[in-house]
Each structure stands twice: as structure tokens, then as C-alpha cells.
Design a protein around this ligand. Structure first.
Ligand code: GTP
Ligand code: MG
Length: 318
């Protein structure tokens, strides 16, 4: 639902144009943005903002809900296939809408390839495991390859040009730019029937720019703020959000995996599902869900191929 801003109590045409000019073009966006941020961006007084938000929340009913209403909302959740049944299985059926899924892995582990694959599969009809929607792709590392999208689309029997036309790509040059692009999504998503948001990678700019212990808390605060915006987007618009993350060496680990996901607790708490990727033998990849209260932590093996992401042939699967 994204009715006219003017339909909100207390919003006249002047206020509505201020809101629109600052990028808040939908009632949902107004309802879920922190009031201080709305005030700073629109120059509208704080008390007015509070009133407008109250009206917006009533309109989209973000207040207390009954468990039954929650249940019904969960029923509208959709799942997007990764192209590999094995991988879908450990994810509980695919990448969920109303959730953040994080792919973590070292370089070359397949994070970007999975993102590219999902940009194609999200467009498929529901019965083929898609979300029947378009894709917003925030590329922070300059690794989005349109040629690869073409290849994957073609190999899956889809028209590459149509598929490519439904993926909206933005290259983020630094962390503030990345944040700006995430803010833009509040308008982009409803206007363009976006059903999958990808941020590849969520963290690299933050890690590169906020160096040193003294900057860590500022970095984490910003990261937290924007991860939560992504959570709100996923819930307000029934969208799947996929972010990628790197691993960092953990020098204090004497036992177990010496690598751990970057971004600390902030990342761990914001992401609904965390998936660890690593390279296997003969070009295969191994995925494992970590920290999940409901998904099994069994590994899934899959292949990165011309088709994108697919299952390993039974014969090779020992
Ligand atoms: P970083 O972003 O560097 O951290 O790595 P990543 O996890 O995003 O890795 P990425 O998804 O870019 O994986 C790269 C690997 O995917 C390559 O080493 C190849 O093994 C494989 N790959 C990339 N493109 C193709 C392709 O067109 N065909 C096939 N078969 N494999 C590909
Ligand atoms: Mg990558």
C-alpha cells in the first residue's frame, strides 16, 4: 500500500512536497524512518514529524498486532530459489522475503556468483521458485558483471535482455554513498516492484574507511542503522534482502575455524539467516547455515557453472 501522502492527517501539499523532495514518497517510508532523520532531511519540525508518523503508522497498522495477524503476514512470505535444491534445502526452501540473508566467505567462495544467480531467479514466476519481481543490486566492489547475467539467463532459457532490464544496479563508491543508496530504496522498491535487494558487499567500505579501534563504535553504529533499514524494507514490502560479508582472521581462535564473519555482533543480530561458504574439491562450493535457531547446520554442496548455481550431478556426489 502506498497511498497519496496528502491522504495523511496533517499533511498538506507543502509538507507533501518537502517529504517527496527528500525521497520519502510513500506512506511506508515515512512510517518506518527514524523521526530525527526525517526531521533533518525534510526540515519539517519535530512535533509535526511525530504527528505525521503517527498518522502513517495508523494507515499501515505498524502498531501491536495479534499473533494471528503475525501468522497471516508470515504466510505471505515467499522463497526464492538459488538454483541448487541442496542449497535451497538448508535455507528452509530458498531465500526468504521479510528476512535478511547473509552470505559469508573468503574471496572466490561464490558470494557474488550467488547474488548474480538470485538476480535472475527472483524474476521467475512463483511456481518456478521465483518472486515475480525485479531486483535492486548495490555493488560496492565493482564486481557486478552484466555479461554473466546474460549468460545465466540464457543458460536457463530466459531472454537475457528482459532479465537484464529488470535488474537495477548501482555502484556504491564509499560507505556514505552506500547509505544514500539504501535510503533511496524506500522509494525505488515500491515504485519498481523490487522483490529482491542485494548489497554486495555490505561491509567492505565500512571496513576500509573506519580503520582503528577509535572508529569502531561509529562504524558499528552506522552499519547497524543501515542493516535495520534493510530489515524494515524487507518487512514493509515483503522483499528478500541478501547481503554479503567477508571473513576476518580471528587470532584468538586456537581451535576450530580461524576465520570469522566481519562486522561482529551487529551483523550477527541483524541478519536472519547466515550462510558460510567455502570452496570444495573439483570447483564445488560448500554452504553451511550458521547461528540459526531453526535451520539445520548440515552442509550443502553445489556447483558454480555456466548456468549460475546448480546441484552437483548425482554421479559426482559421493
Ligand atoms: P570476493 O568478492 O572476492 O570476496 O569473492 P566472491 O565470494 O564474491 O567470489 P565470486 O562469487 O566472485 O566467485 C568467483 C568464482 O566463481 C571464480 O573463482 C570461479 O570459480 C567462479 N566463476 C565465476 N564466473 C564464472 C563463470 O562464468 N563460470 C563458471 N563456471 N564459474 C565462474
Ligand atoms: Mg564478490
Amino acid at each position: 500500500m502506498s497511498g497519496d501522502l496528502e491522504s495523511l492527517n496533517g499533511v498538506g501539499s507543502t509538507t507533501a512536497s518537502k517529504l517527496r523532495a527528500s525521497g520519502y514518497t510513500t506512506i511506508e517510508a515515512i512510517a518506518v524512518t527514524p523521526p530525527r532523520e526525517l526531521m533533518e532531511k525534510t526540515n519539517i519540525g519535530f512535533n509535526t514529524i511525530l504527528k505525521i508518523q503517527e498518522a502513517a503508522r495508523q494507515m499501515i497498522a505498524t502498531d501491536f498486532k495479534t499473533a494471528q495477524e503475525f501468522y497471516e503476514k508470515r504466510q505471505t512470505m515467499k522463497k526464492c530459489t538459488t538454483g541448487s535444491k541442496k542449497l535451497d534445502e538448508i535455507l528452509g526452501g530458498g531465500i526468504e522475503t521479510q528476512a535478511l540473508t547473509e552470505f559469508i566467505g573468503e574471496y572466490g567462495s561464490g558470494k557474488t556468483q550467488i547474488c548474480l544467480m538470485l538476480s535472475v531467479t527472483a524474476q521467475l514466476p512463483y511456481e518456478k521458485g521465483g518472486l515475480e519481481g525485479n531486483v535492486a543490486f548495490i555493488d560496492t566492489e565493482g564486481t557486478f558483471m552484466p555479461e554473466r547475467v546474460y549468460q545465466i539467463a540464457q543458460a536457463n532459457g530466459l531472454d537475457p535482455q528482459t532479465v537484464a532490464n529488470n535488474i537495477f544496479v548501482a555502484r556504491a563508491y564509499n560507505s556514505s554513498h552506500q547509505c544514500l543508496l539504501i535510503d533511496r530504496l524506500f522509494t525505488m522498491v515500491p515504485e519498481n516492484n523490487i522483490k529482491l535487494i542485494i548489497v554486495d558487499s555490505m561491509i567492505s567500505h565500512f571496513r576500509g574507511e573506519y580503520v582503528g579501534r577509535e572508529n569502531l563504535s561509529e562504524r558499528q553504529q552506522k552499519l547497524n542503522q543501515y542493516l535495520h533499514k534493510l530489515v524494515r524494507l524487507s518487512e514493509a514490502y515483503n522483499v528478500a534482502v541478501v547481503v554479503t560479508n567477508q571473513v576476518q582472521a580471528n587470532p584468538t581462535a586456537f581451535f576450530g575455524d580461524p576465520n570469522r564473519p566481519a562486522g561482529g555482533n551487529i551483523m550477527a543480530h541483524a541478519c536472519t539467516h547466515r550462510v558460510f561458504l567455502r570452496k570444495g574439491s573439483k570447483g564445488t562450493r560448500i554452504a553451511r547455515v550458521i547461528d540459526s535457531p531453526c535451520l539445520p547446520e548440515v552442509p550443502a554442496r553445489f556447483l558454480i557453472s555456466e548456468k549460475g548455481v546448480e546441484d552437483i550431478d548425482q554421479d559426482d556426489d559421493e
